[in-house]
Structure formats: C-alpha cells, structure tokens
Design a protein around this ligand. Structure first.
Ligand code: SF4
Ligand code: SF4
Length: 466
C-alpha cells in the first residue's frame, strides 16, 4: 500500500512490543493506527473534553476513536487491504469522524485519527476520485481569490431564497437547513507592514517582531478580526509584518493559505502545494527570529502539526517551532512581563454594557494544542471581566461537516450536547469563539453573535491619550 502522507514519525511505534498488534499492510501508517492500546477511554461518555463527538451523540462503539482503530486494523489485515478500506462499516465510521483532533490530545496514546482520516480519504479518492462538493469546499481559497464578487452574490441569493437552498442541497449536497457564511464586501488587505506605529518602540524595548498570518476565513469573511488583531499588537508596541507570498511564488497575487480546506477533503497534493507556498513565505521570517501569529486555530495547527506529515523536510519543523496562536503569544508575553496593553474595565469594553459576562467556547484544534489556558491568562488582563471557559466539547460544524446534507442532523445534535444549552443558560452573555466554523454553528443555531478574542480585546483598548 502506497501512502500519500509521510508517516515516518511512527516508524518505531510498537516495534518490539508483542502486544502492539501492528496490521500486516500499511507500513508506518499501520503503526500510527496501532498506537491505540484499546483502553476504551474514548468510550467514556461522561468524560470532559472533546473526544469523540460522533460517539457521544450515537453511543455506537464503532464511532469512537478506538472503534475506528479496530475497523481500520481489520481492513489492513485483510489480504486485499486497499479494497477492504472501502467496506461500508469502516467507510461510515471514517465519514463520521469530524477530524476534531480531540483524540490527538485526550486519547491515552494520542491516536491522531484526523490525520489518519486524511490518508484514508486520499486512499479512497484513488479509487473513486473527488466529488463536486469536495472540490468546491476544498477550492474555497481559490474561488474567493478569483471570483469573490460572484461567490458573494451567489451565497447571498442562496441564503435568502429557500428554493435556491433546496436546489443546492439536491445538486451539490449542501444542506438547506443552515445559512452559508457570506464573504465580506471589503476583505482584509495588508497595509504598510513595516510602518507599524509601534515599530520604534519595539526596537527600543527589544520586543519580538511578529508576522500576522491572515487566514482565508478572516481575510474574506470576517476581516475585522484581522484588523483588530493587527491594531492590538501594534498598540502593544510590536512591529508587525503581515504575511504575504514570497517573491518567487508562482501565484504572487493570491494570498497565502494553509491548505486546510484541501487536507480536510483528502487532497494531499494540493495541501502540500499550499504548504510549500507558506514555507517559502514564512521560513525567512522564522529564521530571522520572528513569531508567526495565527488567528484561526485550525489553520495554525496545520502549520504546526499537519505540515510535519506532508513530506516537507526539516524546514516544516523549523517553521512549526515559530508558530503561535494570538492568545499563546500574548500569554507568553504576559509571563515575560513585556505585554503592555492599555485596557479599559469590562463594562466599558463589552458592547452591551448591561452584561459584562463573557462565555468562551474553544475550537477543538485550539484545545488540541492546549490553547485554552492562554485564553484564561489573557482575559484576566481585562479589568473586572467576568468570564467562563465552557466545557462545550465540539460545536459540530467541524469545517464543512455541518454544511453537508447527510451530516447536518448529526452536526446539530453535537451542538445540542453541551454548547447550545450552555449558551441558553446565560442569554445575556457575550460569546467568544476563536474558530470560524464554531462561530458559524453558533449563528446557525442560536440568535447569538459570537466574536473572536481579538475583537473583544481591541474593543477594550483605551482610547489614545491626546
Ligand atoms: S482512548 Fe485511545 S488508546 Fe484508548 S481505546 Fe480509545 S483510541 Fe485506543
Ligand atoms: S478526530 Fe475527533 S471525531 Fe475523529 S476520532 Fe478523533 S476525537 Fe473522534
């Protein structure tokens, strides 16, 4: 079996262990599956955390992380392993993995089922090819770059016309039951990065230089998040560059993209091509000692984790070591006693001054990299802010999972497990969710209007003294 991802990190996994039960076929990919020690912790429905949303909703052991492992092992032990991967029970189990990475953090032995799913999808695509919907979702960054005005017009029409929504459900398999995110009329464009207001001060105080990675979702759908993050970091006195393609880039006018939309559909070659553009653009910054700051958890996790499996060599590791989420960077600077943010008390920073309470829903990938402790540390900076970090598991949108006709019902059930009841219990509170898909899910199934942490902090900034 020829794998498409680089599984060499697992080359020594289970070697010499008589109980490792490594499948016959699949090489290092099989070893990545066999790291499961069958403890069945992933079948504990009462456990806190994320793992495993589809199992929590259905109670079907085949839909737990370990259940998928058992099915995958059986397929890779079959004589015709590649054909066995297409068995309906395994195909269903993999289809209902939302690639949340909950298992990568919470499983006893850190099974990375999200990455295993990417390999699985790529193997399946070798036999069947990719469908129209998969191409549409995967190619989103390109569609938005080339045809943003048309895409915006079509999506707005579809969202306002139930007949068009039903038509797109029938033709494309995109559910008619939730609205699609609408591209902004004014996407983010980089200003003059080197002339950041804090530049001189940054040099004086030896604050690190930064590179802000504006992802496809912030750029095209919610550009205020990127603008607020840029302003926040500049007010704090950092010199901020906005990431742009390298001079040698074959598509120098197309903004950088992490490749997540491709990897999520199993289009590994296209994801690797996006990753190479990113490396060419960001490695010189990383080597110059700059931190790469990301806003969208799934994009940054792509750079920090998934790139290591794309066969990009040691440079992927170099880049990974310089990538941080905004909250991780701010928390690091708090610890180093370098962060100076002039923030007003909470009553003045929350738009609805009657409610200073803030509820925080973490993105699964944010939790997978341990990104919630930094959020707590950063929110403590805002005087008088009353906030809760919710134990809300997975929101259920999971990239495009909740937009897919056959998954929309399950996606709604995932949101109803914990997230929606928690929000209903505090109807007046502001909601912070750093994941684009989480915000979409909350908007789709409630009247709440969640924002990114960068927006809350930017609103809390005290006005400059005259
Ligand atoms: S928690 Fe991890 S190691 Fe235990 S059964 Fe589940 S997948 Fe396997
Ligand atoms: S990635 Fe998420 S949905 Fe998939 S097996 Fe792991 S915990 Fe379950």
């Amino acid at each position: 079996m020829k794998t498409v991802l680089d599984w060499s990190a697992y080359a020594d996994a289970g070697m010499g262990d008589a109980y490792a039960d490594i499948p016959k076929h699949g090489g290092d990919f099989a070893k990545a599956i066999a790291v499961c020690i069958n403890s069945r912790r992933c079948e504990d429905e009462t456990a806190k955390g994320v793992m495993c949303p589809s199992y929590r909703v259905t109670g079907d052991p085949a839909l737990s992380t370990g259940g998928r492992v058992r099915l995958l092992k059986a397929a890779l032990n079959a004589e015709l392993a590649e054909a066995a991967l297409a068995e309906p029970e395994l195909a269903r189990a993999m289809d209902l993995c939302v690639a949340c990475k909950g298992c990568k953090r919470e499983c006893e032995n850190n099974v990375d089922m999200a990455l295993i799913k990417s390999e699985y999808m790529a193997q399946q695509a070798r036999r069947r090819g990719f469908g129209v919907r998969a191409r549409l979702f995967a190619g989103l960054p390109r569609w938005l770059h080339r045809h943003r005005t048309l895409a915006r017009w079509l999506i707005r029409r579809r969202n306002r016309n139930p007949w068009l929504a039903r038509l797109s459900e029938r033709l494309l398999g995109i559910t008619a039951t939730v609205p699609l995110p609408e591209p902004s009329s004014a996407p983010f464009t980089a200003g003059a990065p080197a002339s950041a207001p804090g530049a001189a001060e940054a040099a004086e105080t030896e604050r690190p230089e930064l590179v802000l990675l504006v992802d496809t979702f912030a750029r095209h759908f919610e550009p205020d998040i990127a603008r607020d993050a840029l302003r926040l970091l500049q007010v704090a006195g950092y010199r901020v560059h906005v990431a742009t393609p390298a001079a040698t880039d074959p598509e120098p006018t197309r903004p950088l993209c992490c490749g997540r939309t491709y990897l999520a559909q199993g289009m590994v070659e296209q994801a690797a091509a996006e990753a190479r553009r990113m490396l060419a653009a960001l490695l010189p910054h990383a080597r110059a000692g700059r931190w790469i700051i990301g806003l969208e958890p799934s994009c940054l996790l792509g750079l920090r984790d998934d790139y290591l499996a794309l066969g990009l060599g040691e440079s992927a590791r170099e880049l990974a070591e310089r990538c941080l989420l905004l909250e991780e960077f701010l928390a690091k600077e708090i610890m180093a006693k370098r962060l100076q943010l002039p923030l007003r008390p909470a009553g003045a920073s929350v738009p609805d001054a009657a409610s200073a309470k803030v509820l925080v829903h973490g993105h699964c990938h944010q939790k997978a990299v341990g990104g919630m402790k930094p959020v707590r540390r950063v929110l403590k900076l805002v005087p008088d802010l009353d906030f809760d970090l919710l134990d809300t598991g997975c929101c259920g949108m999971a990239g495009t999972f909740g937009l897919e006709r056959e998954h929309a019902g399950l996606s709604r059930q995932m949101a109803a497990l914990a997230l929606l009841p928690e929000l209903q219990a505090e109807p007046g509170a502001e909601v912070i969710a750093n994941g684009f898909s989480c915000r979409q899910q909350i908007r789709a199934h409630s009247s709440r209007r969640p924002r990114h942490l960068a927006q809350l902090l930017a609103d809390a900034l005290a006005p400059p003294t005259p």
